[in-house]
Structures are given as structure tokens and as C-alpha cells.
Ligand binder design. Structure first.
Ligand code: 5GP
Ligand code: ZN
Length: 118
């Protein structure tokens, strides 16, 4: 069973912010901003590559509710979804990073030169 499935099953602890029948929102163990929450489907999905449009529709509403609940809806926030090796996905259970609570920077993402790929 993967790490986030263990959190869903309450086999390992997490600081849970919100939960419904299908989704769970909990605080990232290594926050990158004042608010850094992970939103996952309770049912295991490897990554965004495999998620159904139906599950994403439910997650969309749930993420909007989480943003409102933690008070960052109006001030703004960033959603990040890392997919696979190049995307930097470390935990192979679909998760959206919901990051905010301060003005965010847009960091340097790669040393590869985009012109090399034109
Ligand atoms: P990824 O790099 O896969 O997009 O993001 C994985 C995230 O999960 C990282 O931001 C990391 O800090 C977080 N994380 C890893 N292990 C745990 C854990 O056991 N508990 C919580 N709450 N977050 C975790
Ligand atoms: Zn899982």
C-alpha cells in the first residue's frame, strides 16, 4: 500500500484539514509556503495520467472548498500537480499541492534551454 493510501486508512498520521467521502486534504509535512495542503482522492490513482474526468470534476469542487476553508480563496494560491519522473512526482498517488498564504515566486524550473526544443 502506498504512503498516501496509508494516510487515507489512518495507518500513519497526518494533519487533516478537510475530508469527504471521496477526497482528503492534509498539510504537507515539508511546507513550501505558509499554506501548503495536499489534496488526494481516497481511491488510489497513480498520477494525473490515469485519473478519470469524473474524479477530476469532484476534485475541482473539493479543492475550491479547501481554498475557501483555509482562507486563501480571495488572496490567491497556486495548484501544482507533478506528473512522473520529469514532473518531479515523488509520491505515486495523485495529489494536488494547494499553496498560498503569501505572494509566491515563480522559480527557475529547468536548466534545459527551451530553444533547443523548437
Ligand atoms: P511530489 O514531489 O510527489 O509532488 O510531492 C510529494 C509531497 O508529499 C512533498 O511535498 C512531501 O513533502 C510530501 N510528503 C511526503 N511524505 C509525506 C508524509 O508522510 N506526510 C505528509 N503530510 N506529507 C508528505
Ligand atoms: Zn495510494
Amino acid at each position: 500500500m502506498c504512503l498516501f493510501c496509508k494516510i487515507v486508512n489512518k495507518e500513519i498520521p497526518a494533519n487533516i484539514e478537510m475530508e469527504d467521502e471521496n477526497f482528503l486534504a492534509f498539510h504537507d509535512i515539508n511546507p513550501k509556503a505558509p499554506v501548503h495542503i495536499l489534496v488526494i482522492p481516497k481511491q488510489h490513482v497513480d498520477s494525473f495520467n490515469e485519473v478519470s474526468a469524473e474524479t477530476m470534476a469532484g476534485m475541482t469542487t473539493f479543492i475550491q472548498e479547501v481554498a475557501e476553508h483555509v482562507g486563501i480563496k480571495e488572496s490567491g494560491y497556486r495548484l501544482i500537480n507533478n506528473v512522473g519522473h520529469n514532473g518531479g512526482q515523488e509520491v505515486k498517488h495523485l495529489h494536488w499541492h494547494v499553496i498560498g498564504g503569501a505572494k509566491l515566486t515563480f522559480p527557475h524550473l529547468t536548466d534545459a534551454d527551451p530553444k533547443d526544443f523548437l
